[in-house]
Design a protein around this ligand. Structure first.
Ligand code: KG4
Ligand code: ZN
Length: 325
């Protein structure tokens, strides 16, 4: 049998996204985002996100099928993000996916959003690994995972004690009166700033009880206090120094995790993996540590359907059982 043709749906937050893969080959990746609608509220509004998913899902599925040049009846299996995410938003994706699976009598796989973010690395990539450290950094999550196998062997080594990394970017951007979402805005303005202007704290560093955990609340307080105490602050310098503190702690802990587990591959994924300084610093330090660093292309870092299709495809090829409808 040829490799499975899989359609994956992602609606856990504000992106209505559909990806189609054949085996490990990406055929289509269509994304409709409601982020602009949320921007004036400074964060994602769940009700608005659900409604936007409902309005977009049909067209996004149609467009993905057109891009992949396949018909819905050709699809061998459907995948959908089952969680974690906004419940009303998830329901739109799971309803659409179950409807199609039921109508076409094809298997349905509900997949984990976090693992899916990392598994997108397998697309258009023939390399295999015998173990990787996954740094998953998004608006809702910051975790260090140890991955033996994407379906059967994913262990959480550390997670955030408070805010997610992306959430920290969004909150600091708000303090700096930059646009939402904060990550891209901070990334952009930081290019004009001095990253060593202010030495902001690196949360939970040298803390044996939380060796692979993160905390960004102290950093947030430090930035807020600095802004209050320094009326003449330079926004680009504050942004760059904040970004440096986040990138430093994310990279240091991931490399420490890899070394402690005797693992020589690190994969970084999630929206914050789009950050240019994080990518640069991770590459420099991984080169020094002789660690193989993999970061998916930018369009596959933020929420997308290809990641759901990739994880589903691995489940199908591995002979794993579908989920109950
Ligand atoms: O993975 P994602 O698209 O959605 C979630 O599952 O949360 O991540 C969104 C997060 C937002 O917090 C956004 O500010 C952040 O990713 N982000 C960035 C960048 N692009 C997006 N953070 C830092 N630098 C970026 N270039
Ligand atoms: Zn995500």
């Amino acid at each position: 049998m040829s490799e499975p043709l899989v359609l994956g749906i992602e609606t856990s937050c504000d992106e209505t996204a559909v990806g189609i893969v054949r085996g490990r080959n990406l055929l289509a990746n269509v994304i409709s985002s409601s982020v602009d609608t949320h921007a004036r509220f400074g964060g994602v509004v769940p009700e608005i996100a659900s409604r936007a998913h409902l309005e977009a899902i049909h067209n996004v599925i149609d467009q993905a099928l057109r891009d992949a040049d396949v018909s819905i009846t050709d699809i061998d299996a459907f995948g959908v993000t089952a969680g974690p995410g906004l419940i009303g938003a998830l329901l739109v994706g799971t309803s659409a996916a179950s409807g199609m699976a039921l109508a076409l009598n094809k298997p349905l796989y509900g997949v984990n959003h976090l693992t899916a973010h990392l598994s997108v690395d397998t697309l258009n990539n023939k390399d295999s690994f015998d173990g990787a450290i996954g740094l998953l950094v998004s608006g809702g999550h910051s975790s260090i995972l140890k991955i033996g196998d994407y379906i059967t062997d994913v262990e959480t080594l550390g997670t955030t004690m408070d805010d997610a990394a992306g959430e920290a970017f969004d909150k600091i951007a708000r303090l700096l009166k930059l646009s939402f979402p904060g990550g891209p805005a901070i990334d952009k303005i930081s290019k004009e700033g001095n990253a060593s202007a202010i030495n902001f704290p690196r949360g939970l560093s040298n803390n044996d009880d939380h060796r692979f955990d993160f905390s960004f609340s102290g950093l947030k307080t430090a930035v807020s206090r600095y802004l209050q105490q320094t009326p003449s602050h330079i926004v680009a310098d504050v942004a760059a120094s904040f970004q440096e503190a986040v990138a430093d702690v994310l990279v240091s802990k991931s490399i420490d995790a890899a070394k402690s587990q005797g693992i020589s591959t690190i994969i970084i994924a999630g929206g914050v993996a789009a950050n240019s300084r994080l990518r640069e610093l991770a590459q420099q330090r991984c080169d020094l540590a002789k660690i193989n660093l993999r970061i998916p292309p930018l369009a596959l870092c933020t929420d997308n359907g290809a990641m759901v299709a990739s994880l589903t495809s691995l489940a199908v090829s591995g002979g794993h059982k579908p989920s109950a409808l």
